[in-house]
Write a protein that binds this ligand. Structure first.
Ligand SMILES: [Fe+2]
Ligand SMILES: [Fe+2]
Length: 162
């Protein structure tokens, strides 16, 4: 599974979608910014994968990253991945004639601030073509560790009764 995830991330190479840097560089920059800001490994891997669904789910890409991450990360990190699209909208929806305040529909949710922070500090900041991101190889060991064992899954054996 980690090999397929790393392979799929590489499909984002050359996918510019109207931005100054391609989706792979954007993903690396998001993860690098989170790592250099002292975020933990699971957070950094979530940041690396947050747009991995772009190639298959052009209209709902956050849900794809969220589904892949769900068994392996906390509820908060899953929620950030799942909802980052609505929160990212704050930074550009108004340029497309859309409502930049759609994230307000989640105001009051326990993970609202965490998701807003992810988008403000890392995601929307990660389109800088002059930023020196770490290469994918730097994150590979982290991806392998995070995806080594699910925290929760209907396919995982139930813990032994104590
Ligand atoms: Fe995204
Ligand atoms: Fe993004």
């Amino acid at each position: 599974m980690p090999d397929r995830i790393l392979g799929h991330l590489k499909l984002l190479d050359g996918d510019f979608g109207g931005f100054a840097i391609d989706r792979l560089q954007h993903s690396l920059q998001t993860a690098t910014r989170a790592h250099r800001d002292g975020r933990g490994e699971n957070y950094v891997v979530m940041a690396l994968l947050h747009d991995i669904g772009d190639t298959l789910g052009s209209y709902n890409h956050p849900e794809i990253a969220a589904a892949i991450l769900r068994p392996f990360v906390s509820e908060e990190l899953h929620w950030i991945a799942d909802k980052h699209g609505a929160f990212q909208g704050y930074y550009f929806f108004h340029h497309l004639g859309l409502d930049r305040e759609v994230r307000e529909g989640f105001r009051g949710h326990p993970h609202f601030e965490a998701c807003a922070e992810f988008c403000e500090r890392y995601d929307q900041a990660a389109f800088d073509p002059t930023y020196e991101s770490a290469p994918l190889a730097f994150f590979e060991p982290m991806v392998r560790r995070v995806f080594a064992k699910p925290l929760n899954s209907i396919y995982a054996r139930a813990p032994e009764a104590a």
